[in-house]
Design a protein around this ligand. Structure first.
Ligand code: GLC
Length: 741
């Protein structure tokens, strides 16, 4: 009896389990089954879709969205700018903001600032934070980060990119990408590729060697795809070797797909498509913004898009192969299944304390202390009863303007506000305008809160500021550039590297009046500093977004110890820059020949021997660091192996701080000419006063290779190499040789 009872009980439990499993078993169509292999789901969706539905998901239906498949319950796909924060909602077919009241967000520091932290963990925090905001705003594709290389200081969009070195840019992009995408939001790394100037961006045709292409302009994108796993990539506006980048066979088929194995979707820049045939045959998947210039002109003839009816007609007539359609649809469906069709994903958040803390921290760690004679900084509040702040950029909103990265920030703590708040009752803070720059403050419907109207003339403004500086215990000049046209702004380039407006005259006059002076730049590009020898302290404070004033005050008053290092070189004169020394034409309106080749940035200055104003990787601290014991774990490296370079770093000063240790490698024996040295590693170490830590950076043999254009392959010859441990590209603290067998 007992046996039967037990058997019955077991049978009952099995039946219960089966039925519970059966209710949990997915019973919808395969393409919606999130537990099924994604490629099977794609094929299932593909064979259910009509030709019209397939064509419809390959191009925009509005300014920032493309169609889903309503009949199959496949959602629309929503894109959003930008790299520094989630753009305000715009009207369906317009560049104008829609006037929503729930789309104010956190403006994060510009990517030049993130790059200046040289901190992969902060890049991850950045990606997590902005990804959560994109997710909460229910966006599927974040149009960023920008990875174009900083080739010329005149490029209007340098502030959106991560500097002149492909290794630094790539290393900082990977954590950003991975942590955005953990939210079920795709990154769309841009602008692929060679979009290094703005004025002629829609038509300029870039010519350069394969070496320069593979060694300088592609590596950050390759890392973004192969290590970051970016789910989409944006074609650039310009041409490369005669073909628009948005449907460029070499870039999108031969390199991106065949060499890198990219399985994501290729999206145009807005208005970057120019040909149905090329779009069909050369790897474009999603067409946006056709008929516009990506900034202002509006066009809503979506059926006339190159991948819309003109494409359908050529498919039906047999002029274009039908398999090009399914290939594109697969790529777009794969992007959708990773984002808009994904139901199990975080819900995101906006304007949280964590996001503001992230913005503040990234700003603090990105600020670069360029010069600090006589320990002028930090400001010792106990010694000050009267602080003077001079300069328009102390009160100018910078989250507004600059092009597509413009934002509707929930708040923006301006430099002056941050300084006043930090000084509290300890010191009176006075403001002097000093100069008039760009008194406007509106971009696509978002208006700055400051009234920057001014009636005094240039000299009167200088005189007023100088008079106050003579009475102040400390003077902080806050100037630089702004997001106005032909400054740090999309769609145009700068006319020169001189500071605009009357800033040079003002700074020189202030330096005459007081040496308790710090010059602070709010900017995203290198500027000339003819007064550099007469100013004791200089700070590059970037565009830091919502928490700008808090981050800046924190560093100026010593709450945070600056640790940022420049991600690009500051030349003394524009003609010192390799891109301009070798090619006096700028901007390029038809063909741009990158005659500086692989010698971009520090690679070029070290080749020409021209000393820059401030070098790549330069940045001071409020403390000092000693380097010792630079060593390699082996003197002979086998092919396929690696070598670890170590150094002991000691904080020899009185305050705690972080030091970014850089590793450069010189190839002492190579068949082809190579740069004197190239960045191959970096690490950031936090040290209490007196503390010593060992930093070890491992370099694989693959990292030592150069691109051989004849063989069209990465290669490296046996021979001697030298590893340099450095505090900056022009500040080597120790070197050690090793040989490659
Ligand atoms: C703009 C920019 C691109 C932006 C896109 C949508 O023209 O080039 O970076 O994401 O169009 O605004």
């Amino acid at each position: 009896m007992r046996f039967r009872t037990i058997a019955a009980a077991i049978a009952g439990m099995l039946a219960l389990a089966a039925c519970s499993r059966s209710t949990a078993r997915y019973d919808g169509p395969l393409y919606l089954n999130e537990d099924a292999p994604i490629e099977d789901r794609i094929e299932d969706a593909l064979q259910r879709m009509t030709m019209k539905e397939k064509i419809d998901i390959l191009h925009a239906q509005s300014k920032f969205s493309s169609k889903g498949v309503p009949r199959l319950g496949i959602p629309e796909l929503w894109c959003t700018d930008g790299p520094h924060g989630i753009r305000a909602e715009v009207i369906w077919d317009k560049w104008r903001t829609a006037g929503w009241t729930n789309d104010s967000i956190v403006a994060y520091p510009a990517l030049t600032c993130l790059a200046s932290t040289w901190d992969r963990d902060l890049a991850a925090l950045y990606g997590k934070s902005i990804g959560e905001e994109a997710r909460y705003r229910e966006k599927d594709v974040l149009l960023g980060p920008g990875l174009n290389i900083y080739r010329t200081p005149l490029n209007g969009r340098n502030f959106e990119y991560m500097g002149e070195d492909p290794f630094l840019a790539g290393e900082m992009a990977v954590p950003y990408i991975r942590n955005v995408q953990k939210n079920g939001v795709a990154t769309c790394v841009k602008h692929f590729a060679l979009n290094n100037e703005e004025t002629g961006r829609m038509e300029v045709d870039v010519e350069l060697s394969d070496r320069a292409l593979y060694e300088i302009y592609l590596p950050a994108y390759k890392k973004a795809v192969t290590e970051g796993g970016s789910w989409s990539i944006m074609g650039a506006y310009n041409k490369f070797r005669g073909q628009h980048c948005c449907h460029n066979k070499t870039l999108l088929c031969d390199i991106l797909r065949d060499e890198w194995g990219f399985d994501g979707a290729v999206i145009t820049d807005w208005g970057g498509a120019h040909s149905t045939d090329e779009a069909a045959l050369n790897g474009l998947d999603l067409e946006f913004g056709t008929g516009t210039n990506g900034l202002a002109t509006n066009y809503d003839g979506y059926d006339n898009y190159y991948l819309a009816l003109p494409y359908r007609d050529k498919l039906l007539s047999g002029e274009l192969p039908m398999e090009t359609l399914d290939t594109k649809v697969r790529n777009v469906l794969r992007l959708m299944m990773r984002t808009s069709m994904k139901t199990r994903k975080p819900l995101g958040s906006i304007c949280s304390d964590e996001h503001y803390a992230a913005a503040k921290k990234i700003g603090e760690d990105g600020i670069v202390l360029l010069k600090n004679d006589a320990s002028t900084l930090p400001i010792r509040l106990e010694e000050c009863s009267n602080i003077l702040v001079v300069g328009e950029n102390a009160i100018k909103m910078m989250t507004v303007g600059g092009g597509s990265s413009s934002l509707k920030a929930q708040h923006e703590i301006l430099p002056l506000e941050g300084i006043v708040e930090r000084a509290g009752d300890a010191a009176k803070v006075t403001f002097a305008r000093g100069y008039v720059g760009d008194p406007t403050g509106e971009y696509d419907g978002i208006v700055a809160k400051q009234d920057l109207a001014e009636t005094r003339g240039e000299q009167e403004l200088i005189d007023d500021a100088v008079a106050l500086a003579k009475e102040a215990d400390f003077t902080i000049f806050i100037g630089g550039l702004n997001k106005g046209e032909n400054q740090d702004c999309e769609g145009g380039d700068r006319y020169g590297i001189e500071l605009p407006y009357a800033q040079d005259a003002l700074i020189s006059a202030l330096a005459q009046a007081t040496q308790k002076l710090a010059v602070v730049f709010v900017s995203g590009n290198a500027v000339a500093m003819p007064w550099v020898d007469s100013v004791p302290a200089i700070v590059e404070a970037w565009y830091m977004g919502s928490e700008a004033g808090h981050s800046l005050a924190s560093v100026l008053f010593g709450d945070a110890c600056p640790s940022g290092k420049l991600p690009f070189t500051f030349p003394v004169r524009l003609e010192d820059c390799p891109a301009h020394a070798l090619d006096p034409v700028f901007p390029h309106m038809d063909t741009a020949r990158y005659v500086d080749d692989i010698y971009v940035g520090y690679r070029g200055y070290e080749r020409s021997g021209v000393k820059p104003l401030f070098a790549f990787g330069h940045g001071l601290s409020y403390t000092t660091f000693a380097y010792s014991g630079v060593r390699a774990d082996k003197s002979k490296v086998k092919n396929g192996g690696s070598v670890t370079i170590s150094a002991d770093i000691t904080n020899t000063g009185k305050v705690a701080g972080a030091e970014i240790v850089q590793l450069y490698i010189s190839d002492l024996e190579s068949r082809l000419d190579r740069p004197a040295k190239e960045l191959k590693g970096f690490d950031k170490v936090w040290l209490e006063p007196g503390q010593t830590k060992t930093v070890s950076i491992t370099v694989s043999v693959d990292d030592l290779r150069y691109f051989d254009p004849e063989a069209h392959a990465w290669t490296v010859e046996p021979g001697e190499f030298e590893a340099h441990i450095a505090a900056a590209s022009d500040d080597i603290r120790g070197s050690v040789r090793f040989s490659l067998q």
